[in-house]
Ligand binder design. Structure first.
Ligand SMILES: [Zn+2]
Length: 522
């Protein structure tokens, strides 16, 4: 069975985590947990990108050394991931000595093969993005196309990576791997916007940046932050021989990078070329998601428009935030966030799932003193519902295989709606009133099993709450595995218990109070 190596980008350690970071990381965590649920082995890495002039400037402004500054920032990211129940295998930092050695080694190798050469760079430079831009990219106004800040013209000695050597090879690779970058429109953008107009050699060193990895061969240069950062994906797995063999060298391992589409070009163009130059394997897939915007503006600390994910998680809990982000945002699209939309979405949890749990447990307590009846199938409606369950499981698995975790989630919630409707239609309370106990047993044994299936399929998202459902149903530990969900009867004689409320509904009258509490402007 295939293994997976799944990565988030390493986040730039010059500010606290925002909702956009949370989205990417939750996406990867749910993908990793879903793959594990289906029986795959997964290595999941996260981390922080800690070099560059912007960080040095920020540290000095705060009266700190850059190292102290990034130590503190990377801790903030770790705390955030803990709050959101991110179950990563590796937190890689680019100031880690092993990573520094790797970068130096790859730089030297490319230098000795003439893939990297010394030249002179003159161009428009954005300090904030640490990117050089061409005349046409900065336009008349001389502003950075990414962050819209004013750019400066600078001229300096620089090392360059010889892109021209690898363009043909890269295009061939794209041709043979049409799914390399998803959504597919991204790959076309790479080709049309960057490669077809003529890809210039990439400047891969700086002489005006002290806070970086030194070029051994010429120590007035530091390695360009993107060259440094991309190799994190190698460093994250090569610390241990077994991990390296299993998740990098092994061709049965699929390497998946999940990134925001604003940084897709570094992952789809330069990263494969660097790896080609080092004779190393290429990643299998780059998943490029859209950006979260607020009132159609890009979220950023400098614009004071970001939503604090810490406050949001403290109040609502990690399961709710995870569910919101994964169910609400169609992968690849930009998303315009609003608090009202947030509330509308998360209220689906109490209305659909919480309500279902409550109804089933209450009826089992009332009609059977809490003991789940022996599984039987007497009614035509029960049989129809079995078909729906099997097709929900099949669609869920297919969606996970295709990396569509948002669709996988909606598959489960469609089934939740079906089960609620099944209760309304069949009205177990009427069967009870009319003493149709055999039929009632059949219905209730089905309902208990459906809830169990739902809890198992949602376990990668609702990492805490799914346990409450399983506990209330009295599911034995040994049956909390995906291989049992299509086996009717395993809940026979389990004893249910009434437990805590699964989710709280947020009423309209609560919204203003919540906005004050969570520090949200209108
Ligand atoms: Zn910029």
């Amino acid at each position: 069975m295939k293994n997976f190596y799944i990565t988030t980008p390493i986040y730039y350690a010059n500010g606290a985590p925002h909702l956009g970071h949370a989205y990417t990381t939750i996406f990867c965590d749910i993908l990793s947990r879903s793959k594990r649920l289906l029986g795959h082995e997964v290595f999941f890495s996260v981390g922080t990108d800690e070099h560059g002039k912007k960080i040095e400037k920020n540290a000095i402004k705060n009266g700190l050394t850059p190292q102290f500054f990034v130590d503190n920032m990377s801790e903030q990211f770790k705390k955030m991931w803990k709050m959101l129940d991110i179950d990563y295998d590796m937190f890689i930092r680019t100031t880690n000595q092993r990573h520094i050695n790797n970068v130096k080694q790859f730089f030297s190798k490319m230098l000795s093969n003439n893939d990297i050469y010394l030249g002179e760079y003159e161009g428009w430079y954005c300090i904030d993005c640490e990117s050089f831009w061409s005349d046409s990219q900065v336009g008349e106004k001389k502003i950075c196309p990414d962050c819209l800040r004013t750019v400066k013209k600078i001229k300096e000695e620089s090392y360059f990576f010889k892109c021209s050597r690898y363009v043909e090879k890269l295009l061939n690779f794209y041709n043979q791997n049409m799914d390399f970058c998803l959504p597919k429109v991204q790959l076309n953008e790479m080709i049309n916007n960057f490669i077809t107009p003529g890809l210039k050699d990439l400047s891969v060193s700086r002489t005006n940046d002290n806070w970086g990895i030194r070029v051994e061969e010429n120590t007035k240069h530091t390695v360009y932050v993107w060259f440094d950062a991309l190799f994190n994906y190698f460093s994250a797995v090569n610390f241990d021989n077994e991990v390296y063999k299993k998740f990098w060298l092994n061709n049965d391992t699929e390497i998946i990078h999940v990134v925001g589409k604003d940084i897709a070009r570094f992952h789809c163009i330069y990263w494969p070329m660097f790896l080609m130059a080092c004779d190393m394997r290429l990643p299998n897939r780059v998943l490029a998601h859209g950006l979260i915007k607020i009132k159609n503006e890009k979220m950023s600390k400098s614009k004071h428009n970001s939503i604090d994910p810490v406050l949001l998680t403290q109040y609502f809990g990690s399961d709710v935030i995870r569910y919101f982000l994964i169910s609400e945002i169609p992968f690849g699209n930009n998303y315009d966030y609003s608090f009202e939309r947030f509330i509308e979405r998360i209220n689906i949890l109490p209305h659909q799932l919480g309500n279902l749990l409550n109804r089933v447990i209450s009826m089992l307590l009332q009609y059977f003193d809490g003991a789940i009846p022996t599984f039987s199938s007497l009614n035509l409606e029960d049989a129809k519902m079995q078909d729906k369950m099997f097709s929900a499981i099949k669609d869920y698995k297919k969606n996970i295989d295709n990396l569509n975790i948002t669709e996988a989630t909606s598959t489960v919630f469609l089934f939740v709606a079906d089960v609620n409707k099944y209760i309304d239609d069949i009205a177990p309370w009427k069967l009870y009133k009319n003493n149709k106990f055999k039929e009632l047993e059949s219905v209730m044994s089905h309902l208990a099993h459906f809830l169990y299936v739902i809890a198992m399929l949602l376990s990668p998202i609702l990492v805490n709450k799914h346990k409450i459902i399983l506990n209330q149903l009295g599911v034995l530990d040994k049956f909390r595995k995906l291989e049992f969900i299509d086996k009717f009867g395993i809940l026979n004689n389990c004893v249910v218990v009434k437990g805590e409320l699964l989710f709280k509904t947020i009423d309209d009258k609560d919204i203003d109070n919540l906005k004050t509490l969570l520090n949200i402007d209108d």
